[in-house]
Design a protein around this ligand. Sequence first.
Ligand code: HEC
Length: 158
Amino acid sequence: MSAKPLLCRVAACALTFCAMLLESGQVSAEANRVTFPKALDSLVHYTTVKRGDVTEHMLTTQEALDAVKLGQAIPNGTHVVLVDYRDNKVFRYFVMEKGDGWGADFAASRRTGDWQFQAFKPDKTINLSENSARCQACHQGRADSQFLYTFNDLKRSP
Ligand code: HEC
């Protein structure tokens, strides 16, 4: 028996799989509206999370911290940044940014309020191998806390 039919079947299967992934949009990395914050140094470092070899510094604006303390919505234009350090060097940046009506860019099932998500490399260019749909899927679980996992740290910050 020749191997050809089997190879054809494998190829057809791979194509179907790719089509499925494209359709669901689950693996396509993408640029979106998130920009790298122009003045990273002016953001407030409000908490640190340590996990094994990873140290995460969380930064945002004083205005965002004030809003959360007052029980208000974080203002549009806010960046929240997770700086992921390994061996005391920046390994990557995870950035959330909020903008007026930005949620409308996505189907309701993917939406995270008006927040969008992006991963950046240490040189601050977008890391297109990260999938921002995944970021949103996980952060959707925090819809009751303005989509932030460290919401209580913002509340408690000085
Ligand atoms: C599997 C769940 C999960 C995924 C996927 C995920 N995050 Fe998070 N994110 C968390 C958790 C949990 C924290 C709190 C810090 C911690 O425990 O490390 C967090 C914290 C953050 C923070 C700090 C603000 C906050 O919510 O506390 C930012 C910014 C952030 N993530 C951005 C991103 C981006 C950008 C992506 C995708 C590239 C992403 N996250 C993917 C779970 C996730």
